[in-house]
Design a protein around this ligand. Structure first.
Ligand SMILES: C[S@@+](CC[C@H](N)C(=O)[O-])C[C@H]1O[C@@H](n2cnc3c(N)ncnc32)[C@H](O)[C@@H]1O
Length: 181
């Protein structure tokens, strides 16, 4: 949905162990960059191992709290590592709902992207319709993982972007929004 192209730079906020990286790498290719930001050193260590195992030399990993990080500082770190100050695409999957306040991380995502960038958020809510029966399970899973099921961070994409593309899976539990700034 993000329509990533060869040579583009993508910023993955709350990247964790880099589970998104294989798909991102496939899209941006060796001339692009994947920038992963996470506050957890152990998650980043796993992401680093993944990048080195796959021999991706265009992955830049930065340890930072996305709710308090300074965009200028992050941009400087990225350029020092060979990347570009602003990314063409920024995304957060299963991540903003863990951040308090997630709006600060969202604003930083916007500041670290180019004009006409694509931004994407995938996050969780209570299942809807017939799947509402699974709500206690979904709430328990979110609580266990430290996510706020009522955060609904994709609403920021709807508010701040144009050309919104939307999807949902698992009975509405997973909400996906992509838009252009
Ligand atoms: C559920 S994992 C999702 C990882 C990855 N995005 C994925 O889809 O597999 C959430 C990640 O967000 C990170 N995280 C939580 N709060 C954060 C914050 N304030 N700043 C940066 N990363 C944060 C956690 O360390 C964790 O790696």
């Amino acid at each position: 949905m993000l329509e990533l192209g060869q040579g583009e730079q993508v910023l993955d906020i709350g990247c964790g162990t880099g589970m998104n990286f294989p798909l991102l790498q496939e899209r941006v290719g060796p001339t692009g960059f994947v920038i992963g930001v996470d506050r957890s050193a152990s998650m980043l260590a796993q992401a680093r191992r993944r990048a080195s195992r796959e021999k991706w030399d265009n992955v830049i990993l930065i340890q930072a709290d996305a709710t308090t990080m300074q965009p200028a500082g992050i941009a400087a770190e990225v350029t020092r590592a060979g990347g570009r100050a602003r990314s063409d695409v920024a995304m957060a999957t299963y991540a903003l709902s863990l951040m308090q306040p997630w709006e600060c991380a969202w604003e930083t995502m916007r500041e670290l992207t180019t004009a006409s960038a694509r931004l994407g958020v995938l996050d969780m809510q209570r299942p809807t319709g017939l799947s509402a029966v699974f709500t206690p399970l979904a709430k328990a899973a979110c609580r266990l993982g430290g996510a706020d099921i009522e955060a609904h961070p994709w609403t920021a994409v709807e508010r701040d972007c144009t050309e919104i593309r939307a999807d949902s899976v698992r009975g509405g539990h997973l909400q996906i929004r992509v838009g252009t700034t």
